[in-house]
Design a binder for this molecule. Sequence first.
Ligand SMILES: [Ca+2]
Length: 339
Amino acid sequence: MRKLPVRSLAIVSFSLWLAAIACADSRLNDRGPGGTAARVPDFSDLIDAEKSARLESGWSLNCPDADPVGELIGSLDNEHDHWIANYCKVPAPPLPQDLLVLYEQQGAKLVPLLTIESPEIGRLSLSDRLVDMEGNGTKDLVLTNWKGCNGVSCFRLQMYKVADHEVSEIPITLPVTGLGSGTSVVPVEFEDVDLDGIQEVIATDFQWELHGFCHACSPYASYVLAWDGSRYTNASREPRFRDYFEGEIGKHDLAGTSTDDELRMGNAIAVVLLYGHSGRASDGWTLLAEATQRLSSRCWIDALPLIEADLELSVPKDGREPTVGSRGSSAPWLTCSPG
Ligand SMILES: [Ca+2]
């Protein structure tokens, strides 16, 4: 994040202070039917009352082993105050039960607009997650939902917006991977990749997770999903994201320094996927041919035709984008992995 100079911070602080006074003043000046001043309760008082009521039924904001941020306060429509509470209780240790509630202050009331309970959600992470995803000037609730397991698919980014007292999930259309059942892409994080002020969603293609590889050696590859005005959709082939993919490709060692064929093969697959996702299938296949010449294990060499057949489902050699998913081979080369 760009740092503001001290002078700007002072101006911002002063402006916020003035806004707070104006806000408090307007609330005190609200008048009831009889013309007397009807003081709208402070948002913080409403929150405290709600916390106490929930606590009586066992729901606490201090969840064990959870993200330390159990609540967020802000406005998601630039009109009303919103409070997001991540409650939990521990009915059956060790796994606590989660409850997420998004409240809106409407006059003297705190109205729940969204309630999500376990098992629809796992452990949540709310840290620093009121973000203007659509670039329309209002913030959205972005949370990471961890399903309590260990793998890429266990973490999922979920995004909600508020308009006219209603919450809706910000829509995402996930790309088809080719290999995989069609559900093997998960949105995992957000980043303004091309620095135009609108966030992109980074999604991970995890179709090769345990597909012939040990868990830690499984190859993964990203997609960049961009906001098109109504939804997040695959934009990985757009030239503005080319540098991002170059950076991702650069993370994989194809120079041949590895002596481990499993690692070499995993890196090569990830790179082919990244080239394929960014619309450069032929470059990916060229690199695969070079990288696999360095394989020394008979098992991996024999498995190569199967690997290539599975990889071609995701990265067709003619550059097409896959439109349907397939389970691919049954991966008898799993035995190549010592793990
Ligand atoms: Ca952007």
